[in-house]
Design a protein around this ligand. Structure first.
Ligand code: G6P
Length: 367
């Protein structure tokens, strides 16, 4: 057991540190001459060209990857993209033609709700593209096209490197769909080029991220609650950060779109209820800073993930960790290891085993 951990205290930490290589493997062969390349969906080219709507199905962390994919398609194509939790989708009343395409996201390829979701969609005549990590898994066998994320086995129950792989592949797939559908008014080479550089960015930033997250986790491990907030692409990061924290540290945490605070959640905040703000240098930063000021006015301590050298955020929060500057849709990717490491070190500080959280299973094959 300890040999397989290659000197790391837990599989979770080992797997976070594998992320640069995970990204290399996920992107390998998928970029040709600066353009996304997915042979797996070539036979569905016509369906994709004609698609007006697309439904994304997933559960848990994969659902958060789905949120990023949804936003990307909404921003860069004219396809109506909707992501839905598979346990809800499978019981909806639907008719043929409800959606032109389905993209199912499942690390294990065995999640019962996601599997039943694709079976339902298939019966209604919709083509299924699935994104999974496990070759030959049930979901891969029952789909019309399968895209593997090639992350290798993940032992930690809470997803880490596989989330990063899902995001990288989904952003590229989004770029490929925008390309095929021919409706994007956007510079695909720019985003593809930045994605190609991500393994190196991860390699260069992980050691510092590790130290900073460890220090901040030590300062925050006694809180009973956490509120994660974000907007746009960062809403997915808020949900995923909160999920990681509750999964392995058992601290109550929830994620909100920062604009929703005023409609209820802000009533919870006081000096004992800190806010974890995901506030990159993107289109919505000034809105986020106003939201942060509202929470500060309730005496909440604010810890932020922000872009490097952002003086404005620095002035507005109690503590912060800086991440590299990237294009808006790529922020969920660069934010991931920081959210994972923060949750990891809080769990360790509390004397918990992050690899085996209570009540949770790696793959949920029953309803
Ligand atoms: C379980 C795991 C989560 C995972 C979810 C969906 O709850 O503990 O980490 O995100 O299932 O799994 P899937 O294999 O479908 O991505």
């Amino acid at each position: 057991d300890s040999a397989e951990k290659s000197g790391y205290e837990h599989f979770m930490l080992k797997e976070i540190f594998e992320e640069p290589q995970t990204l290399r493997n996920a992107l390998m062969g998928r970029i040709r001459g600066g353009v996304p390349n997915f042979n797996e969906i070539e036979h569905l080219r016509e369906e994709i060209e004609k698609a007006r709507s697309l439904t994304i199905l997933a559960c848990g962390t994969s659902f958060h990857a789905g949120l990023v994919f949804q936003r990307f398609l909404q921003d860069y194509t004219e396809i109506r993209a909707e992501v839905e939790v598979a346990s809800e989708f499978r019981y909806r009343r639907l008719q043929e033609g409800f959606s032109d395409l389905v993209v199912a996201i499942s690390q294990s390829g065995e999640t019962a709700d996601t599997l039943e979701g694709i079976r339902k969609a298939k019966k209604l005549g919709t083509k299924i593209i699935s994104l999974t990590n496990v070759v030959g898994s049930t979901i891969s066998r029952e789909s019309d096209a399968v895209i593997y994320i090639n992350a290798g086995p993940e032992i930690g129950v809470a997803a880490t490197k596989t989330y990063v792989a899902q995001l990288a592949v989904l952003l590229l797939l989004g770029a490929a769909i925008a390309d095929i559908a021919g409706r994007s008014g956007f510079d695909i080479p720019k985003i593809v080029n930045e994605l190609e550089g991500m393994p190196t960015v991860f390699e260069n930033t992980l050691p510092t991220a590790d130290e900073q997250c460890k220090r901040l986790a030590a300062e925050h491990s006694d809180y009973k609650h956490f509120m994660y907030i974000g907007r746009g692409y960062s809403y997915a990061s808020a949900l995923e950060g909160a999920l990681k924290l509750k999964e392995i540290s058992y601290i109550h945490a929830s994620g909100y779109q920062a604009g929703e605070l005023k409609h209820g959640p802000i009533a919870l905040l006081d000096k004992d209820f800190p806010v974890f703000a995901i506030v990159p240098e993107d289109e919505l930063k000034s809105k986020m800073i106003s939201n942060i000021m509202e929470t500060r006015a309730r005496d909440a301590k604010v810890l932020a993930l922000c872009s490097e050298n952002d003086k404005e955020v620095a002035k507005s929060v109690n503590s912060r960790i800086e991440v590299p500057r990237v294009l808006d849709p790529i922020y969920p990717l660069v934010m991931s290891p920081y959210l994972q490491l923060f949750a990891y070190y809080i769990a360790v500080k509390k004397g918990l085993d992050p690899d085996k959280p209570r009540n949770l299973a790696k793959s949920v094959t029953v309803e």
